[in-house]
Design a protein around this ligand. Structure first.
Ligand code: NDP
Length: 474
């Protein structure tokens, strides 16, 4: 019998996805450029379901029922283009190519347009959850035509994570929408992790708690509003003792954060769209700063080490919890703002509420909190900002005093908390009656005659700064 679907690219992600498909009863054709990987998959896991191994793409295509569905799980970038170029001529109009790699959404838009010309469907599907998720149920963000989703949707939904019986997979929107949403997911993941790291740093260095004690704090937090995968594993990492030294592992790990670049993509795109994603940007920059080892060393030598004096203060734990929650709300509000802007820019008609549904399970940022986001967009799909929703408004308002105390504590004690502090500034800026942008406009008009608008009447104006300083219509 022909196979229902195919996977090409059988490194860890592709082989786990193929196994997930097979375990769900789909007859799955499998192929990899280097045949040894295909053989290894069959010999190690062939008993898990119905696999149809293929040595060439031609053979792979020939083994499939029509319209064909082929998932590409190869290295993102040029390798993906190479596979598409080889695959496309072997296909017929109506066939579907699904890219499950970490593609940049602009590449996905380009590929979708090119394949559409050839009558083929291209589905850029963001997949999150790592190798474990790929095997047991990832969060899947498929883009592409509605028509293609009618075919691939049921398969992807079947293998995705489930929360309360609902699939963490929803058709996101046309062309690059799926990969865009996946990108923002990763950006939010950066912000989430940065805020968690700042919470730890404050409790540890300013609050004098040991990593093991902070682990306990996080364990407690994981039973409330902050319940999430990242908070859960933070407790595990903080509690872990290094076997060699007997110290907390977190004190032994080099403090230089690495990045693969999806956080940077999110910020780059936000800059293009003009959306302030300060939480994600601070998180990306904090990682960059941590990685500049020689510069940090030079600064310590010249300026002296930043000695933080810890003081045990019973209210700090609860204050930090509230600051973390409020800052997290801001980071998500900004990420959703970015998706909203992209939706308008590219005509995607994104359903932001269902994005929250997709992220509830399978992915790294899965959290109870996402139910609240879904509910907020159910209440009002046109929400200007998540912060304007009743639930989130109350959440940040309730946290506000604690949030300010934590910001003060960070600033006074010398523990860097760019995520907390910048989230608070964003919150304050959004609610300001007047922003000093008026002065900026005045300066721009002074040195560049860029003109300004007035609050009291329509039109553009320029002040003759180097003349008699009268105002003229511009
Ligand atoms: P890799 O990204 O390491 O890619 C290895 C695979 O790509 C191999 O199958 C390799 O074939 C194939 N490949 C590389 N170059 C070519 C080429 N020019 N032509 C054909 N095949 C090629 O594999 P992963 O499993 O780690 O990731 C697969 C995709 O999933 C990537 O896009 C990655 O970014 C994404 N990913 C997603 C994660 C997530 O959590 N969602 C986690 C990890 C990855 P060969 O064996 O012949 O070398």
């Amino acid at each position: 019998a022909p196979a229902r679907i195919a996977v090409t690219g059988l490194a860890v992600m592709g082989s786990n996805l193929a196994r997930n498909l097979a375990r769900h009863g789909f007859r799955v054709a499998v192929h990899n450029r280097t045949n040894a990987r295909t053989k290894a998959l069959i010999s190690e896991h062939g008993h898990e379901g119905e696999f149809v191994p293929a040595e060439t793409l031609d053979e792979l295509v020939g083994s499939l029922q029509k319209p064909r569905q082929i998932i590409i799980m190869v290295k993102a970038g040029a390798p993906t283009d190479a596979v598409i170029d080889e695959l496309a001529p072997l296909l017929e109009p109506g066939d579907m190519v699904i890219d499950g790699g970490n593609a940049h959404y602009a590449d996905t838009r380009r590929r979708e347009a090119a394949l559409r010309e050839a009558g083929l469907h291209f589905v850029g599907a963001g997949i999150s959850g790592g190798e474990e998720g790929a095997l047991n149920g990832p969060s899947i963000m498929p883009g592409g035509s509605k028509e293609s989703y009618e075919h691939v949707g049921p398969v992807l939904e079947a293998i995705s994570a489930k929360v309360n019986g609902e699939a963490c997979c929803v058709h996101v929107g046309p062309d690059g929408a799926g990969h865009f949403v996946k990108m923002v997911h990763n950006g939010i993941e950066y912000a989430d992790m940065q805020l968690i790291a700042e919470a730890f740093d404050l409790l540890h260095r300013a609050g004098g708690l040991t990593p093991a004690e902070v682990a306990e704090v996080f364990r407690g937090w994981n039973t409330g509003d902050l319940e999430s995968y990242l908070v859960e594993i933070t407790a595990e990492v903080l509690a872990h003792v290094d076997a060699e030294t007997g110290s907390a592992l977190v004190d032994v790990i080099a403090d230089e954060a690495e990045q693969k670049g999806t956080g940077r993509w999110t910020v780059q795109e936000a800059l293009e769209l003009g959306v302030p994603v300060t939480g994600i940007a601070e998180a990306v920059f904090a990682r960059s700063l941590s990685g500049r080892a020689s510069q940090r060393e030079a600064a310590r030598a010249a300026l002296g080490v930043n000695e933080v004096v810890a003081s045990r203060d019973d209210s700090l734990v609860e204050d930090v919890r509230q600051a973390l929650y409020a800052s997290k709300v801001v980071a998500y509000a900004q990420g959703f703002d970015q998706m909203r802007a992209a939706s308008t820019e590219y005509g995607w008609d994104l359903d932001l509420g269902s994005t929250a549904t997709i992220w509830r399970g399978g992915c790294i940022i899965r959290a109870r909190f996402l139910d609240r986001i879904k509910e907020a967009y159910d209440r009002n799909p046109e929400l200007e900002t998540l912060l304007a929703d009743d639930y989130f408004r109350d959440a940040v308002r309730t946290a506000e005093d604690a949030w300010r105390r934590v910001a003060v504590k960070a600033v006074q004690s010398g523990v860097p908390a760019p995520g907390f502090v910048s989230a608070l500034s964003y919150y304050d800026a959004l609610r300001s009656e007047r922003l000093p942008a008026s002065l900026i406009q005045g300066l721009r008009d002074f040195f560049g005659a860029h003109t300004y608008r007035r609050t009291d009447r329509e039109g553009s104006f320029h002040t003759l700064w180097s003349g008699d300083r009268s105002q003229i219509d511009a």
